[in-house]
Design a protein around this ligand. Structure first.
Ligand SMILES: NC(=O)c1ccc[n+]([C@@H]2O[C@H](COP(=O)([O-])OP(=O)(O)OC[C@H]3O[C@@H](n4cnc5c(N)ncnc54)[C@H](OP(=O)(O)O)[C@@H]3O)[C@@H](O)[C@H]2O)c1
Length: 231
């Protein structure tokens, strides 16, 4: 039995990842910051809900205690929760704007990973998937032929570059854990007013692939649904 915790699983890519992994036989724990939305999603999926706000030490610690008591440990952690942040041009971006985005997208991953590593280490094959973005790729954002090259979003892109770097550094630092980053690709969700051309099923292909790697699977990689992403 594989037990998987997904943050931000009450909707969109997190919810679809939960649906697909349940279909693949995982026991999924739906992590969400809002109890009402989280419980409704978990009930619809036939999963268990755990409250987890990735910006809140006490919430993350309580979620780890709860899962330690109920499931005893986890095999897969999917750090999916993320925010886009401000659309302001660079001359109007404030320090508070930066803290708001980095607190969820980057610090949130460190906070959740720190709290859940002891539970992951009870697994024979511990796996972490960090949901990054092509918007965090230096190569993709400098390629005028790619969608990522057309968008300017200083804080979001910088936060996702940090997510990808955290992933490769954690992979080097934690040889007993598979730590990989997924780029969903531009996907129609609330995140972007449903402007993305991909469905949530297409957008979760890389996440599901990396969440189901075996003991001989890769670590420290960055993939989208077509394969390896350029850094
Ligand atoms: N959609 C795309 O095109 C795309 C492309 C590349 C990467 N991504 C990445 O994919 C991930 C999921 O994106 P999405 O499109 O599914 O976005 P979404 O529709 O906005 O959903 C984001 C999820 O994250 C949760 N969340 C936000 N802040 C949180 C916090 N502090 N604690 C816990 N959960 C929190 C949200 O909860 P609430 O419902 O309570 O707000 C929601 O469940 C993000 O990391 C995003 O950066 C998305």
């Amino acid at each position: 039995m594989t037990t998987t915790l997904i943050t931000g699983a009450n909707k969109s890519l997190g919810y679809e990842t939960a649906r697909r992994l349940i279909e693949a036989g995982h026991t999924v724990i739906v992590g969400a910051r809002d109890p009402e939305r989280g419980r409704a999603a978990a009930d619809a999926l036939g999963a268990r809900f755990v409250q987890i706000d990735v910006t809140d030490d006490a919430s993350v610690a309580a979620a780890a205690d709860d899962i330690g008591a109920h499931e005893g440990g986890i095999d897969v952690l999917i750090n999916n929760a993320g925010v886009l942040g401000t659309h302001s041009p660079a001359d109007r971006i404030t320090a508070a704007d930066a803290v708001a985005v980095f607190e969820v997208n980057v610090v949130g991953i460190v906070r959740v990973t720190h709290a859940f590593l002891p539970l992951l280490r009870r697994s024979a094959n511990p796996v972490i998937v960090n949901v990054s973005s092509g918007m965090g790729s230096f190569a993709a954002t400098h390629d005028p032929g790619r969608a990522e090259g057309q968008v300017v979003a200083p804080l979001y892109t910088a936060s996702k570059a940090a997510v990808t770097m955290l992933t490769t550094q954690y992979a080097k630092s934690l040889p007993d854990v598979k730590v990989n980053a997924a780029d969903p690709g531009y996907t129609a969700t609330d995140f972007n007013g449903h402007s993305g051309p991909q469905t949530v099923t297409e957008g979760t292909d890389a996440i599901v692939e990396l969440a189901t790697v075996g003991a001989d699977g890769p670590t420290g990689t960055f993939r989208d649904r077509h394969g390896e992403m350029p850094w």
